[in-house]
Design a protein around this ligand. Structure first.
Ligand SMILES: Nc1nc2c(ncn2[C@@H]2O[C@H](COP(=O)(O)OP(=O)(O)O)[C@@H](O)[C@H]2O)c(=O)[nH]1
Ligand SMILES: [Mg+2]
Length: 340
């Protein structure tokens, strides 16, 4: 993980150069003191609140039947020396026409104010029209510069990935805990799904897309679309897998930078229930917030590996198979009772 000292400060030396350096330091310090915020949006019931509860161990109300998140709910995480990172759990759209009007106005406000916005879709769905219409409505209500800004903050996730088929999900047990991962066929399906959502929500908006990341050490590559300054590396357009592969092959020393640029345009499948991909989600969000966040919330990143751990006793209750022998009137098999 990058250290704050790694970020190059620009010109060095005396006189005007020193002044420039001081300006950069001042600017950076103001930037690093700013409270950071992330919002999570999407249709009602896709699992936004559950995802936040898993990420932060909070106990926000989850709606199993009806929508329960009625107003933006903040979850604040303290960083070092008083720095704050706030996650805003938003009410879900699609509950009713009247509610949508209010909620979409709240979305626009957060899309402008927050530093990163997670837009969540249910993984086991192919219907994109409603979210597209809402997103287009929001984008079309603002000037093109704001549209660019909004798109540069959005990160798309597919929730409840555990509901997808074909099985199996593989539980990698390590003592009393373990992690869930998809089997080969399901992994391919998840990748296809993510690519599909990317083709619907990112690809057609290539003209207003931009991805940026911090960089450690020397980065000197630039071309028509790729550029860098003291704040980091930027790419104008859709940083697709093909684009990422091409740059990584040409400039292998900067593979990590390209991979972070790519992460910003990747649709990420995850599951709150299986705690699947939560580490990648959290790392992606913090990286996207920039070097100040990486520095002030490094504790969060150090603990991030623990996010995916599921106790064995909990895991064995998922996808349980119980066979009832109807002729004998007894239980013939119960997966949760098998010794491990
Ligand atoms: N299978 C599965 N169900 C989930 C997951 N996350 C949430 N749910 C369920 O989906 C329903 C809606 O969840 P909630 O977090 O309230 O969704 P929200 O309206 O988007 O905030 C609840 O019944 C949750 O238990 C998940 O990762 N997998
Ligand atoms: Mg909710």
């Amino acid at each position: 993980m990058a250290k704050i000292e790694d970020f190059s400060v620009g010109p060095t030396g005396d006189g005007p150069r020193r002044k420039a350096r001081e300006n950069v330091r001042r600017e950076r310090s103001a930037e690093s003191d700013k409270p950071l915020s992330v919002a999570i949006m999407g249709q009602t019931g896709v699992g936004k609140t559950s995802l936040l509860n898993c990420l932060f161990g909070t106990d926000l109300a989850v709606g199993h039947v009806r929508p329960v998140t009625r107003r933006p709910e903040p979850v604040s995480i303290p960083g070092t020396s008083g720095h704050m990172l706030t996650f805003w759990d938003m009410p879900g759209i699609g509950e009713s026409g009247a509610a949508d009007e209010t909620y979409l106005a709240m979305y626009l406000e957060r899309l402008i104010q927050c530093d990163v916005v997670i837009w969540a879709f249910h993984a086991d769905s192919r219907s994109t029209v409603y979210d597209e219409r809402c997103l287009n409505g929001l984008l079309n209500s603002v000037a093109v510069e704001t549209r660019r800004l909004i798109m540069s903050k959005l990160t798309f996730v597919l929730t409840k990935a555990d509901t997808l088929t074909p099985p199996p999900w593989i539980f990698d047990m390590r003592g009393k805990q373990g992690t869930f991962g998809p089997g080969g066929a399901l992994l391919r399906r998840l990748e296809e799904k993510a690519a599909y959502y990317e083709s619907v929500f990112l690809e057609p908006r290539a003209d207003i897309l931009r991805t940026s990341t911090y960089c450690t050490g020397e980065f000197t590559v630039s071309d028509e679309r790729l550029g860098f300054d003291r704040r980091g590396v930027h790419y104008r357009g859709h940083f697709s897998q093909q684009v990422c592969d091409a740059y990584s092959e040409r400039y292998p020393a900067h593979k990590e930078v390209f991979s972070r640029l790519r992460d910003n345009h990747r649709v990420l499948p995850c599951s709150a229930l299986f705690r699947f991909n939560l580490t990648r989600l959290m790392t992606g969000v913090v990286n996207r917030l920039g070097p100040a966040a990486v520095f002030h919330f490094r504790r969060l990143l150090q603990e991030v590996d623990e996010l995916t751990g599921v106790p064995v006793d909990t895991a064995r209750t998922y996808g349980n198979m119980m066979i009832w022998d109807g002729e004998r009137g007894t239980k013939a098999f119960d997966l949760t009772e098998l010794p491990l």
